[in-house]
Write a protein that binds this ligand. Structure first.
Ligand code: FES
Length: 129
């Protein structure tokens, strides 16, 4: 009985340890004091570098969203695409669409675009990476 309990505790420890390796707590990074002064393209997107990583920012309905620079399908540059009327970012290469809210691929191909939380604070725009 004790050995079963021991195995269960060991498995739990290993599981939690493995989980901690893969679940890094995101850190908030300030992008700018003045979000409107960023180098926005006419398609309401721009690329910024945060924590040695290039990401895309997209404006939609007075909100700023952050997501991966490259498409998860075949590495299309997301900032070269567009944001449609429903708030989906559309990849320029094969036109797969992704939710700005959660990165879900809304055209059904089964991909996820990595998204990052954003916050507008009194002192500027922050992204959690
Ligand atoms: S590379 Fe983005 S849809 Fe194919």
């Amino acid at each position: 009985m004790n050995s079963i309990k021991y195995v269960t505790l060991t498995e739990t420890f290993i599981f939690n340890y493995m989980l901690s390796l893969f679940s890094k707590t995101p850190t908030w990074h300030k992008i700018t004091d003045a979000p409107l002064s960023l180098d926005w393209q006419s398609n309401n997107m721009c690329i910024v570098e945060v924590a040695d990583k290039k990401i895309t920012l997209g404006k939609f309905q007075d909100q700023i969203f952050a997501f991966a620079q490259k498409c998860p399908h075949a590495s299309g540059i997301m900032a070269d695409g567009f944001i449609d009327a429903a708030g989906m970012v559309v990849c320029p290469l094969h036109r797969y669409r992704f939710s700005l809210q959660n990165g879900r691929n809304t055209t059904g191909e089964g991909y996820y675009l990595k998204t990052y939380p954003t916050q507008m604070r009194e002192d500027g725009l922050y992204v959690a990476i």
